[in-house]
Design a protein around this ligand. Structure first.
Ligand code: NDP
Length: 318
């Protein structure tokens, strides 16, 4: 079978490409610059890539640039979307590529009769920003949708970009008869295949290097589980709707404690910016993701894999 992965050189996408090649698929990967070795060398090193991986140039904002690539594919995994904080112009840098880009890719899928299903990499960011108060005994599930106005008020621009992109994807898919499934992971960590640091790996580095830290609470999930969920969402005919993916929601102070216990020689920050907790923790239902056949890796294992990889690649030394 032939499939397409958008933004193929990214952190999550690279693991999806690796798994697809291992399972015998022919993969068409899209990148903005297929000649950039930082984005492609690790893909060319994957087993099966010489025979079954082709890379194509496509930009999310270039209308129709995915048409010819998607034509003939059985499935499209749309992962490409900018992920970073503090943009100068949120609309141009994050929201337009996320929303218009998703509609651009779906528009190409609509034209390609071969495409049976589209798997969109959404986020827990598109799930949890609601008016419902969160606390350790609240269980969040896939029925909740983040409210754009709340994201905007909080200036959570990346969260807003993912929320609007997923909303637009569901509307377009319903209106145009596209079989869409979304994967909604929390912060994704684990080993990096690519040589550069993506935003979620930077968070772990921040918790190792920064002198003090803000005590946010985040949900965490392993990149290999996220890749498997994408592939199973295509391979399982009954898969549908959204699949939230969170092993555990914990505060940064807890993460720092675990790092300290695991690696006593690492100079982790001694204190938070203040003792106030930035946000409460909560639980996330794993019923749907388990039903898809994905067992979530424990956070501690994912954290260890991340730090070992950061060490191997020279981002930390101890
Ligand atoms: P990366 O930064 O590693 O990858 C993002 C990819 O998006 C890049 O490969 C980049 O492609 C592509 N991209 C960005 N802007 C454009 C554009 N204008 N046109 C074409 N491609 C573009 O991030 P991740 O792997 O972490 O994220 C991948 C997906 O997963 C995103 O949709 C993100 O929102 C989502 N996600 C990530 C989480 C995480 O913690 N990492 C958590 C939840 C969801 P190029 O190579 O061409 O530059």
């Amino acid at each position: 079978k032939v499939v397409c992965v958008t933004g193929a050189g990214g952190f999550i996408a690279s693991w999806i490409v690796k798994l697809l090649l291992e399972r015998g698929y022919t993969v068409r990967g899209t990148l903005r610059d297929p000649a950039d070795p930082k984005k492609t060398e690790h893909l060319h090193a994957l087993e099966g890539s010489a025979e079954r991986l082709q890379l194509f140039k496509a930009d999310l904002l270039d209308e129709g640039s995915f048409d010819a690539i998607v034509e003939g594919c059985d499935c499209v995994f749309h992962t490409a979307s900018p992920f970073y904080n503090n943009p100068k112009d949120p609309q141009v840098e994050l929201i337009d590529p996320a929303v218009k880009g998703t509609l651009n890719v779906l528009g190409s899928c609509k034209k390609a009769a071969s495409v049976k299903r589209v798997i969109l990499t959404s986020s827990m960011a598109a799930v949890v920003f609601t008016e419902k108060p969160l606390s350790p005994d609240v269980v969040v599930d896939e029925t909740s949708y983040s409210i754009p106005e709340l994201c905007e008020k909080a200036k959570e621009w990346y969260v807003l970009s993912k929320t609007l992109a997923e909303q637009a994807a569901w509307k377009f898919s319903k209106d145009n008869g596209i079989d869409l499934v979304t994967i909604n992971p929390a912060v994704v960590i684990g080993p990096l295949l690519q040589p550069t640091l993506n935003t979620s790996a930077q968070i772990i580095l921040y918790l190792i290097r920064s002198p003090v830290y803000l005590n946010y609470s985040f949900g965490w999930v392993n990149v290999k589980d996220v890749a498997l969920a994408h592939v199973l969402a295509f391979e399982t005919p009954s898969a549908s709707g959204r699949y939230g993916m969170v092993d555990k929601v914990i505060h940064f102070s807890e993460v720092v404690k675990i790092i300290k216990d695991m690696y006593p020689s690492l100079p982790v920050p001694e204190k938070c910016v203040d003792d106030e907790l930035f946000a409460p923790t909560y639980q996330v239902s794993r019923e749907r993701i388990t039903s898809l056949g994905v067992e979530l890796t424990p956070f501690e294992t994912s954290l260890k894999e991340t730090i070992e990889c950061l060490k191997e690649k020279g981002f930390v030394s101890f």
